[in-house]
Design a protein around this ligand. Structure first.
Ligand code: UD1
Length: 345
């Protein structure tokens, strides 16, 4: 059993990863500033696993606070670093907020790791680093394209910071995971995505429209060079994604890395259009999602999907949950949220 620090462990992907880590017998410490998440998530985690993770309310940009936290929790084996702002549009309006938060958090961790003798870092990156790729599917060797938003730029810069740090000091070991589009919720419906305010991402907007919180979904553009004209993405189940973190962690801790820095694409290998997702969601959940086609959203990429074969082979990991089940879980979670808000009203 190892001791793992999870930054933003009450966030969407973080909380699902905490569950998988605990279920595999790892001890978890969650660090979060609760800026974009809810402390209640810890109850959800505890309901699923029977274990409440140790919680520290700290901002990763606070170097002294993080240093003290590492003093309180000795012998941490690895860090899984999720903490970052992720709203593409907001990052265009408030670039410094994004650069400060996303980059400083990582730099603090990298500086503190040798001080506290922590060698291993799993970093949460994104397919956004590829921009609009020339060749699909995207492999880990596909080139970075100029970032279309400050958010995307922070992910590219963070990957470069990790690369340079490892190059300078062989103490560090890292696995960078490039996520495609995470969706869905835990099958227990105890945890899921909790968007703050109006959702930016497709799935929470679909579920909120289906339940009546939003009048209609706006589909951003149907004039793309794709079969139905809407954008294509690789939607990956959040529990499958969470499990990949456990595989990455075990690979590092069991000294199976081929290099001190490894990068993996985490996707299904299947691209689906916005309209296909809406139709499938309506069918599997037997609900209507009113939608309207509007103009393109600035910064959107036409199509992107992963070649996950390297992760399949090296991590021994594969996306497994059928998309229908994932879409059902997203709907179950939305209904659970509605029930909860009725109870508290
Ligand atoms: C973006 C980022 C990704 C990041 C993710 C997390 C880019 C290129 N991608 O993904 O790196 O991890 O956000 O926030 O920077 N859509 C609608 N109507 C809506 C919402 C979305 O039609 O109301 C469409 C979008 O145009 C897109 C698809 O749905 O084609 C998926 O959008 P979204 O869920 O926002 O994710 P990405 O933009 O792909």
């Amino acid at each position: 059993m190892s001791k793992v620090l999870v930054t933003c462990g009450t966030g969407y992907i973080g909380s699902h990863t905490v569950v998988e880590l605990q279920q595999e017998g790892h001890e978890v410490i969650v660090v979060d500033n609760l800026f974009n998440s809810d402390i209640e998530v810890l109850n959800g985690i505890e309901k699923i696993t029977g274990i409440r993770p140790t919680f520290e309310n700290i901002d990763c940009t606070d170097y002294v606070g993080m240093d003290r936290m590492f003093e309180r929790h000795k012998n941490i084996d690895a860090i899984i670093h999720f903490a970052a702002y992720k709203a593409v549009g907001e990052s265009v309006e408030k670039p410094l907020l994004y650069y400060r938060n996303n980059i400083l958090s990582l730099v603090n961790l990298l500086q503190l790791m040798p001080v506290h003798k922590i060698k291993h870092l799993v970093f949460s990156s994104s397919c956004t680093v590829y921009g609009q790729p020339d060749i699909l599917p995207v492999t880990e060797n596909s080139p970075f394209k100029p970032a279309l938003s400050p958010y995307g730029n922070t992910k590219q810069i963070c990957e470069e910071i990790i690369r340079d740090t490892i190059h300078s000091n062989s103490f560090y070991h890292s696995i960078v995971l490039r996520y495609f589009n995470p969706i869905g919720a835990h099958p227990s419906a105890e945890i899921g995505e909790l968007p703050n305010g109006v959702p930016n991402n497709l799935l929470p907007f679909i579920t909120q429209t289906a339940i009546g919180i939003r009048k209609q979904l706006l589909v951003y553009g149907n004039d793309y060079n794709t079969p139905d004209g809407t954008c294509i993405r690789d939607y990956i189940d959040v529990v499958d994604l969470a499990k990949a973190h456990v595989s990455a962690l075990n690979r590092m801790l069991n000294h199976q890395q081929k290099n001190n820095l490894e990068v993996f694409n985490l996707g299904t290998g299947r691209g689906l259009s916005v309209l296909e997702i809406i139709k499938m969601f309506e069918k599997v959940n037997n609900v209507k999602v009113p939608y309207k086609i509007v103009g393109r959203r600035e910064g959107d990429i036409e199509k992107v999907w992963a070649d996950p074969s390297y992760a399949n082979k090296e991590l021994g990991w594969k996306a497994q949950r059928p998309l229908e089940e994932t879409l059902r879980s997203a709907w179950e979670w939305e209904k659970k949220l509605a029930e909860r808000s009725k109870q508290t009203a």
